[in-house]
Design a protein around this ligand. Structure first.
Ligand SMILES: Nc1ncnc2c1ncn2[C@@H]1O[C@H](COP(=O)(O)OP(=O)(O)OP(=O)(O)O)[C@@H](O)[C@H]1O
Ligand SMILES: O=C([O-])CC(=O)C(=O)O
Ligand SMILES: [Ca+2]
Ligand SMILES: [Mn+2]
Length: 649
């Protein structure tokens, strides 16, 4: 029989089991004793252990809580309302009148005023997190937002939801007596109008939504590095990601500055996760981004794309700065060793952020600036770089800026290794990185500089006919500034290769509040007064349109920018390119001479000429709407500008 000759299994009686368990306990006890002798215990349980993990600056809490009852002194939510000793950071608003009075007694003036303002518009938050630190915002994002992940470099990856870019057609400005005469309305204008009542209805909708939430985030910061043109901005939002975004993009106040912050000059209520009501008057979709200059407020509904907030601040600055005699600019900006400043104008994707990050030239800013009698200043405290196709070898400064504190929007990463694949556009082409400007190794802080010596107007010409660089006359400078040309590739589906021309006045029409000629005349005056040189750089295609030709190599564009800065191009020999009458240099160090005139790169000259003429006619057609001068330049001045544009027979 099987098993007959096998030894019997050990008999384990209940008593034997007890004995073994006792021995194990004793062993464990010995072990614990040994460990404890070497490392005396610091915490008796897990909660205490975790409480040891975080340290705080020495503060005497007893002073601030001395007048309160024992229950109120409790630091735990369960045992009573939390006493706020870390103001102005975590603000709990107890709902019972007595606890509320006690909580209010603890508040600084800043916080009292904030709750007053919130109360005025009907916001009744339970908890407000005010100017949290970056690690705290990370933790909130990870805890409350399922799309938040830390990637290998330490950046916080997140999703912006259905909208992955701005919605310019849903941007509305309230027509108000004090400002309506200043604002650019009507055909071609980015400012779709709305009335005050509708604005209030939308604000109420955002407020109602925010009131349903367990926690709100507030970030108070500044726009404008020039202290004489500095605006206090408050962002009230639902997502930690949005608070972190504005922490990165605004200028971060010091503790003292925050203490004295007072009332904001402008407040953004971001209820973006909740839609607008499409049946409200003026609404054409469930997205609405509304600005009221009278109320000094912006309301966001139906989009969580964070760029709306940054560009909302820019729209405000585009209104208030010109009123102060300061020109606002959709441009990047850097400074050379001798303090020579360069501006980089250009529409989205033309290279402002890429080219302003330059190892030889400290960065003043990548996207929004002001130019006053004192010089230039960055409006923002951070950068918002395109991340698609990002490579460390091509753009080392931007690549290396993507570390702890940086937000990565809509990128794709390996689930396990958390390495980001910047080439993947599965979610959107418009993947972005938002980081504080200190993340750029050679940032110039404070972000201010002198008067620009060089102004580079960037375009990304997908028709492939414009030269990689041209020197502009003052009139041409105005013409290209008002035209604001770039061309997008017409989408990558099914080999569609017809490029689409975009004309966006002042290289940022979507953000203008005044008529474009207001900004153009200010620019003309400043260029004249400070003697800036103006250049046109095409960072787009050559050798044929998109799909046939190829994009100018980044290293060639960088060589051109270097030649501008070294003075080489100022002294170069030029030839005139027909139709656009552009002055094109015959040679540039580091760039093969044959690429300087695109006609030399096209296989078919006739086709080149046809495309060139076509583009010229698009320019001419676009300019028609500026012929009356828009109220800021005379029709004569406008026609002088027009005369410097391309000539089409
Ligand atoms: N020759 C070139 N010059 C500049 N950029 C180039 C060139 N070739 C390719 N690129 C790519 O084009 C993109 C330029 O985008 P960039 O972020 O600089 O745009 P931007 O002008 O700052 O736009 P936005 O206002 O939307 O932020 C980058 O992804 C860059 O890698
Ligand atoms: O605002 C954005 O989303 C990005 C940007 O800088 C632009 O489009 O000019
Ligand atoms: Ca940019
Ligand atoms: Mn921009």
């Amino acid at each position: 029989m099987p098993g007959v000759n096998n030894p019997p299994p050990p008999i384990t009686t209940a008593a034997a089991q007890q004995k073994m368990a006792q021995e194990r306990r004793e062993d464990a006890g010995d072990l614990r004793r040994l460990v404890n002798e070497a490392h005396p215990p610091r915490a008796s349980d897990l909660a205490e252990l975790q409480s040891l993990q975080k340290t705080r600056k020495d503060r005497d809490d007893t002073d601030t809580t001395a007048s309160l009852s024992e229950t109120l002194k409790s630091k735990s939510r369960e045992a009573g309302p939390r006493v706020v000793v870390r103001e102005p950071k975590h603000l709990y608003m107890p709902q019972s009148p007595r606890s509320r009075a006690a909580a209010e007694a603890e508040q600084t003036d800043l916080i009292k005023e904030m709750f007053h303002e919130m109360g005025d518009i009907g916001l009744k938050p339970v908890v407000v997190y005010h100017n949290l630190s970056v690690p705290e915002l990370y933790e909130h994002a990870l805890k409350y937002e399922p799309s938040s992940h830390i990637v290998a470099s330490g950046a916080l990856a997140t999703l912006s939801g259905a909208k992955t870019g701005r919605s310019p057609k849903d941007k509305r400005v309230v027509r108000e007596p004090d400002s309506e005469a200043d604002i650019w309305w009507g055909t071609g204008s980015p400012n779709y109008e709305m009335d005050e009542r509708t604005f209030i209805l939308n604000r109420e909708r955002a407020v109602d939504y925010l009131n349903t939430l367990d926690r709100l985030y507030v970030f108070d910061g500044y726009a404008g590095w020039d202290t004489q043109a500095r605006f206090k901005i408050r962002v009230v939002c639902a997502r930690p990601y949005h608070a972190l975004f504005m922490h990165n993009m605004l200028i971060r106040p010091t503790e003292d500055e925050l203490h004295d912050f007072g009332l904001p000059d402008f407040t953004i209520y971001n209820g973006g996760a909740f839609p607008a009501n499409r049946y409200t008057s003026y609404m054409t979709s469930s997205t609405s981004i509304d600005v009221s200059l009278k109320h000094k407020e912006m309301v966001i509904l139906g989009t969580q794309y964070a760029g709306e907030m940054k560009k909302g601040v820019f729209s405000l600055m585009n209104y208030v700065l010109p009123k102060m005699g300061i020109l606002s600019l959709h441009s990047g900006c850097n400074e050379g060793k001798d303090g020579d400043v360069t501006l980089f104008f250009g529409l989205s994707g033309t290279g402002k952020t890429t080219l302003s990050a330059d190892p030889q030239r400290p960065l003043i800013g990548d996207d929004e600036h002001g130019w006053s009698d004192r010089g230039v200043f960055n409006i923002e405290g951070g950068c918002y770089a395109k991340a698609i196709g990002l490579k460390q070898e091509n753009e080392p400064y931007i690549f290396d800026a993507i570390k702890f504190g940086t937000i990565l929007e809509n990128v794709v990463f390996d689930e396990e290794t958390r390495h980001v694949d910047y080439d993947v556009s599965a979610i959107t082409e418009n993947t972005r990185a938002s980081y504080p400007i200190e993340h750029i190794e050679n940032a110039k802080i404070p972000c201010v500089g002198g008067h620009p010596k060089n102004i580079i107007m960037l375009c990304c010409d997908a028709f492939g006919v414009l030269p990689p660089v041209a020197k502009l006359t003052k009139e041409q400078a105005m013409y290209y500034f008002v035209s604001g040309y770039t061309a997008k590739v017409a989408g990558t589906e099914q080999g569609v290769t017809e490029p689409e021309a975009t004309f966006s006045a002042c290289f940022g029409s979507a953000f203008l509040m005044w008529h474009p000629t207001k900004y153009a005349s200010m620019l003309a005056e400043k260029v004249e007064k400070y003697g800036a040189h103006v250049w046109l750089i095409n960072t787009g295609w050559t050798g044929g349109p998109y799909g046939v030709g190829y994009r100018f190599k980044l290293r060639h564009t960088r060589a051109i920018v270097n030649a501008i800065h070294s003075g080489e191009l100022g002294a170069a020999e030029y030839e005139t390119m027909p139709t656009f009458n552009l002055q094109v240099p015959k040679e540039v160090s580091g760039v093969p001479s044959e690429v300087l005139l695109p006609v030399n790169c096209w296989a078919d000259t006739e086709n080149y000429n046809k495309t060139l003429t076509h583009l010229a006619s698009l320019f001419t057609k676009n300019f028609v709407k500026f012929q009356d001068g828009g109220g800021h330049v005379t029709p004569e001045e406008a026609s002088a500008i027009l005369a410097s544009g391309p000539t089409v027979e």
